[in-house]
Ligand binder design. Structure first.
Ligand code: ADE
Length: 273
């Protein structure tokens, strides 16, 4: 669970990209805009071309050893990060290279990132980035999933949004952070059941075209509702992402529930878990 007390008051994200304009729309709406105007988040966009040293503002070159495509040169990336870091003690700011080869961005990673006061995000492009960036400059390499995007900008936007919503006061209701999917059921006084999907939610009308809201939710019996929600969360996770259950520390009651679910149904997808 995120210890909201541990999180910094305002976070600064420095984003290095050859397409800084890509982020304009994202910065100007919804949660990220609110986080900036509320003073919880500061986002600085840096055009990688501003750190080149030639007339043509060249950021890439052909790969040594031949092969297709172009590779980001190390110099502009190193210069950009050095300029951003100037004045800060060396290892203090995580430098994150967004790449399909990084460790997978999952909610615990987002929680970890949200505790930093600053992050530098480097968006790669083309066929790749000179390996010395990953080896000597970046302190972390993150992927948002096992698929290839043409650059790290979308991935950086995902990091921005997922981190911003964990900063204190951004959602306006810290309770909803605590009860999200993957951080579900932090019911006060109960052991946290991390790594589960959220339970299903319904709103009015109770009967929509003959599709009725589960009766228990209309019953007013809070203990019964709590139990139902917990059971549905377990069930949903088991059916859709059984692999997530490997990371959960279950109570005895949950283990019994899970056994029942396993006997009654099979997962929709088996994802290596
Ligand atoms: N750049 C290209 N593909 C990516 C991915 N899946 N995650 C992060 N950065 C990327």
């Amino acid at each position: 669970m995120v210890d909201l007390k541990e999180a910094p008051k305002a976070m600064q994200l420095d984003v290095v990209s050859i397409f800084p304009d890509f982020f304009r729309g994202i910065l100007d709406c919804g949660l990220i805009k609110r986080a900036q105007s509320g003073g919880q988040l500061r986002i600085l966009l840096h055009d990688l071309r501003d750190y080149t040293e030639d007339r043509h503002r060249t950021v890439d070159d052909r790969p040594f050893g031949g092969g297709p495509g172009m590779v980001f040169k190390p110099l502009p990336v190193f210069r950009a990060v050095e300029a951003i870091k100037s004045g800060e003690p060396e290892a203090a700011i995580p430098v994150i290279l967004l790449s399909p080869q990084g460790r997978l961005l999952r909610q615990p990673v987002v929680e970890e990132l949200s505790r930093h006061r600053r992050l530098i995000l480097i968006c790669g492009r083309y066929e790749g980035v000179d390996e010395r960036v990953a080896e000597y400059l970046a302190t972390d390499e993150l992927s948002i999933g096992d698929y290839i995007l043409s650059g790290g900008e979308l991935a950086a936007a995902v990091v921005m949004e997922s981190v911003a919503r964990l900063l204190p006061g951004v959602l306006g209701n810290e309770e909803s952070v605590a009860q999200d999917s993957f951080g579900l059921h932090r019911v006060p006084g109960e052991p946290a059941a991390q790594g589960l999907f959220d339970c299903p939610h319904y709103t009015r009308p109770a009967d929509f075209r003959g599709m009725r809201v589960p009766e228990v939710l209309l019953s007013g019996d809070h203990e019964e509702i709590r139990r139902w929600r917990h059971r549905r969360a377990l069930e949903k996770t088991w059916r859709k992402r059984p692999d997530l259950l490997n990371d959960v520390d279950f109570s005895e009651e949950d283990q019994r529930l899970l056994e029942e679910l396993k006997q009654a149904s099979s997962p929709i997808l088996s994802q290596g878990g």
